[in-house]
Design a protein around this ligand. Structure first.
Ligand code: ZN
Length: 265
């Protein structure tokens, strides 16, 4: 199993998960993009810098269709490489708006399988009017919880993510920096009002709650606000309140791909 974040900020979000079954009888390799908030060209470049080939992509999963998660230029690579696009049924009209070809697009409402022993369970997230979707991805090599763009953690997410091996979750803003920023009040209210994004503290609280049962082996923090967050602030928060978990944390870079899991684990 290999997992990498290709970009993670309000200017473009995309991650990749690659599962290579140990032997061909267990299925073909699957290479799954989660969101396509970078252009195909930038995605190709960041994939190749990490040793992936965009042409090997079999599936794209969409969390939602805000521009920073779904660029409008993906119809050509989808058709050219025969990728299967999967999005929540409620998001289908938005997928169409982004120009994704309908014959390659499948809507999900509950759990679905991708072949090669992979099962994906979507979980609805509170985020703006259209909502977003988190994914629990069970693979033969371990389980992944992936959640970004959520205003709050609801019990359904907590239940779904209990026991995951790898957790990728947004840690969007530092509360004090958000409050002190020059952003307009309506924007601060949107972000902090329960239907926007998770603060560093909310993310930390959620991970500590999960860790009561089993701490994820790797924790990837996504989607840091450039204006209202700082990796050093996150580091000091975690080192103060959860020093035992900090060594498991990787902070995704905004503009550069980073491998989180690489190998056979
Ligand atoms: Zn976003």
């Amino acid at each position: 199993m290999r997992f990498a974040v290709l970009g993670s900020s309000s200017s473009g979000n995309a991650s990749v998960l690659r599962i290579e079954p140990r032997d061909a009888s267990l299925g073909a390799p699957r290479q799954i993009l989660i969101d396509t908030g970078l252009s195909p060209k930038a995605t190709r470049g960041r994939l190749s810098a990490l040793g992936f080939d965009i042409a090997d992509t079999t599936d794209i999963l969409y969390t939602h269709f805000d521009m920073d998660h779904a660029r409008a230029s993906w119809a050509t690579p989808v058709m050219c490489f025969g990728m299967t696009v999967r999005c929540a049924r409620k998001h289908l009209p938005l997928a169409k708006e982004r120009g994704l070809p309908s014959q390659f697009t499948h809507a999900f409402e509950g759990a679905f399988t991708l072949g090669s022993g992979i099962t994906v369970t979507p979980i609805d997230l509170p985020h703006d009017a259209a909502g977003a979707v988190a994914f629990h991805i069970q693979t033969p090599a371990g389980s992944i919880g992936f959640a970004t763009d959520l205003g709050r953690v609801e019990p359904t997410l907590r239940d779904a993510f209990e026991g995951v091996d790898l957790l990728a979750i947004e840690s969007n803003y530092d509360h004090a920096m958000q409050v002190a920023s020059s952003r307009p009040t309506f924007l601060k209210d949107r972000i902090m009002g329960g239907n926007g994004h998770l603060s560093n503290q909310q993310t930390l609280d959620f991970v500590r709650d999960l860790a009561r049962t089993k701490a994820p082996e790797r924790i990837v923090l996504l989607h840091l606000s450039r204006e209202c967050n700082d990796p050093h602030v996150i580091q000091s928060l975690w080192q103060t309140h959860a020093p035992e978990l900090w060594s498991r944390v990787t902070i995704a870079r905004a503009d550069e791909g980073v491998h989180v899991v690489h190998g056979n684990s």
